[in-house]
Design a protein around this ligand. Structure first.
Ligand code: SF4
Length: 257
């Protein structure tokens, strides 16, 4: 959501400039806001999620067009199975939260216990802009450190020597940074729980297997990507990323034959 505000007088404009960096993270639905006084842009603020930061890394141009111009790439219909499983898993985890224990299917696979109160959204101000994210889950270690945990569904078991996908790594770095900025003690650990279907007697229900991947987090990496993404949004239209190729394809098609 892009919002535009027109300050009626200089006093309001000065006040907004002073207090907005602290209160902007409270408005988590606003992704971009512009403030004008006397017809001039005096302040532009962005709110970015880990998904947005991954969009930036995939293609700065798509990211810039979406956030600066409101031109989002047309996505196709998304499968709802992931959301459905997420909902079921979270409801199950919530049943174990008040007990201060780990649900049976994760016992021995992850340390600590589930956080007592899982925040719906975490947000913090970085240099006047906002990083926000929704944790799937958070573990509290015996040391008191907090470790983000994310649920991921996939089609197959992990291969030996599996490397965590860079987008998942950035997501977990962001969660570590958000936890830290919201005053939670953190270590350098995070956990991804993969769920994948298995063969079995399907008339008894489709069996799912669970595999846990432990990874190291570094909040400074997330901060750097956040700073680069904000700099991109504050700058001129960037070049497309190398991974997609669609813009190059369209450019070729537009060449006179
Ligand atoms: S290269 Fe692909 S991702 Fe980048 S702007 Fe073009 S269509 Fe979007």
């Amino acid at each position: 959501m892009l919002q535009e505000y027109f300050c009626p007088n200089r006093h309001d404009a000065e006040l907004l400039k002073k207090i907005l960096p602290d209160i902007f993270p409270l408005f988590t639905l606003i992704r971009s806001a512009r403030f004008y006084y006397n017809g001039k842009l005096i302040l532009r603020m962005f709110s970015l999620s880990p998904t947005a930061l991954n969009e930036f890394r995939d293609c700065p141009l798509c990211f810039w067009l979406h956030r600066r111009k409101g031109i989002a790439s047309p996505g196709g219909p998304l499968p709802t199975i992931t959301n459905g499983l997420d909902r079921v898993i979270k409801e199950y985890m919530n049943r174990y939260r008040p007990r201060g224990s780990i649900p049976p299917f994760l016992e021995g696979k992850v340390p600590g216990r589930l956080i007592e109160f899982l925040p719906a959204t975490l947000a913090c101000s970085i240099g006047g802009n906002t990083l926000s994210g929704r944790l799937d889950e958070c573990l509290v270690m015996d040391s008191g450190n907090h470790a983000p945990l994310d649920h991921k569904t996939r089609g197959f078991a992990l291969k030996d020597g599996h490397e965590v996908h860079p987008s998942y790594q950035l997501q977990m770095d962001c969660y570590a940074l958000l936890l830290q900025r919201r005053g939670h003690a953190i270590g350098d650990e995070a956990f991804i729980v993969y769920y994948y279907p298995d063969f079995g007697e399907l008339h008894q229900g489709i069996p799912f297997r669970v595999s846990v991947h432990r990874l190291r987090t570094n909040p400074r990496r997330a901060e750097q990507v956040f700073a680069d993404a904000v700099a991109c949004l504050q700058g001129e239209k960037p070049e497309p990323g190398a991974g997609c190729g669609l813009c190059a394809y369209v450019g070729e098609r537009l060449q006179p034959s």
